[in-house]
Design a protein around this ligand. Structure first.
Ligand SMILES: Cc1ncc(COP(=O)(O)O)c(C=O)c1O
Length: 399
């Protein structure tokens, strides 16, 4: 059997054709593929606006910039996530406050967050960054209600969960990043994610104000929107001595840098790949759900806890809790099955320990970390390959 990773991209001939077409076109970047991808992604999530960026980390950073996170402001997030979910707060000088996870869902525990907010003086926290970890959608309706009570913003880290949903109080499916509950949501197009663009990211929002800010911040804080120009026409033309040159309009070349932004642009060939992949995202998600069902029924008789039983789960990762996790991990590796561990609790990373966090601060996250293991989960994993993985896991527990 060939080696099996925990996740991988799926590139089709259609994808290659789409990228090739852009490579042979006039625009490698800042061209027409970007708005096409953005419009299709907004439609897919149900959000009003989408802004494509260079990666998910840049997307998170732009969110904290758009929200004006300032030095000293406190933001709550989960310790069971990729570092970027928390680091984006630090980029803007804010302080990361980790709240524990719910041991049943592995998501940020809303009760822990509520307790944290209500026990602190009013105005202590600026916002919350819940993460749709492993592809399981956070109940953002509940988080929105809590955030509104305390005047907090929400950035949904939906990097694991395009197509995922939670059921609201009226049993309606609310899709990740749909803009209804979170102020902003972010996605990543890293190759292990549902939609691969090499690198890439997206921010979705229903707010026109955030949308316009994000567009500027993605490109150095520069705008070409004449209605928003701050300098006078004379300043724009730069020839105040020659009044005959002053026309009614700002010259075509003119643009203004109005705030300190970055170059967080996605290229057009990445956007073309992302768009091509987006077209079959539902098919990929369906296959992930089938793989999840097959795992679930296979593991009923062995000492593995499988909590992947949520109908809206987008199954980016297939996380289970295993007895003798290290032994299982090594056994799988011997057979060239490269399971992974998601995640080492962030508050125990040396960087965050230096910020004052320590073992014992978040017991649910720490207990989860002792047992979690992510088994292979990607649409091109064949039934035969999955059966091989299942057989090797079972063999470990029955030998
Ligand atoms: C939950 C989460 N947030 C943010 C990111 C950052 O995305 P990117 O790798 O595209 O910068 C990742 C990527 O692994 C992630 O898993």
């Amino acid at each position: 059997m060939k080696s099996i990773p925990y996740g991988r991209q799926h590139i089709t001939d259609e994808d290659i054709k789409a990228v090739n077409a852009v490579l042979q076109s006039d625009y490698l970047t800042q061209g027409p593929e970007i708005p096409k991808f953005e419009a299709a992604f907004a439609e897919y999530t149900g959000a009003r606006y989408a802004v494509a960026v260079s990666n998910g980390t840049a997307a998170l950073h732009l969110c904290t910039l758009a929200l004006n996170v300032e030095p000293g402001q406190k933001v709550i997030t989960t310790p069971i996530t990729f570092a970027a979910s928390a680091n984006c707060v630090r980029y803007s000088g804010g302080e990361v406050v980790f709240a524990d996870i719910d041991p049943e869902t592995y998501l940020l525990d809303i009760d822990a967050v509520r307790k944290m907010i209500t026990n602190a003086p009013s105005g202590t926290f600026a916002g919350i960054i819940p993460v749709d970890f492993a592809g399981r959608a956070v109940n953002l309706e509940a988080f929105r209600a809590l955030a509104d009570e305390h005047n907090l913003w929400i950035v949904e880290d939906a990097c694991h969960a395009p197509g995922g949903f939670f059921a609201d109080t009226e049993s309606k499916q609310q899709f990740c990043g749909n803009g209804r509950f979170a102020d902003l949501a972010v996605f990543s197009f890293h190759p292990v994610k549902h939609i691969a663009a090499g690198e890439g990211g997206m921010v979705t929002t229903n707010s026109q104000e955030f949308y316009e800010k994000l567009l500027m911040l993605r490109t150095h804080g520069i705008t070409k929107n004449e209605d928003a120009f701050q300098n006078t026409l004379e300043e724009a033309i730069g020839e105040t001595q020659n009044s005959s040159l002053i026309s009614q309009n700002y010259p075509i070349w003119y643009m203004e840098m109005q705030s300190l932004g970055y170059n967080y642009r996605l290229t057009d060939f990445q956007a073309a790949l992302g768009l091509s992949q987006l077209k079959r995202a539902d098919k990929g998600l369906q296959r992930r759900r089938t793989i999840a069902e097959r795992y679930k029924s296979a593991f009923e008789s062995i000492p593995i806890i499988d909590r992947n039983n949520d109908p809206g789960h987008a199954h980016h990762l297939y996380v289970v809790e295993a007895e003798n996790r290290l032994g299982l991990y090594n056994h799988l590796r011997e057979k060239k099955i490269y399971a992974q561990i998601h995640y080492i609790p962030l508050h125990l990373m040396p960087y965050y320990k230096n910020e004052g966090w320590k073992k014992g601060d978040l017991p649910n996250a720490e207990k989860y970390y002792e047992r979690c293991i992510s088994l292979p989960m990607y649409p091109t994993l064949t039934d035969a390959e999955q059966d091989w993985v299942i057989g090797v896991v079972k063999e470990f527990y029955t030998r």
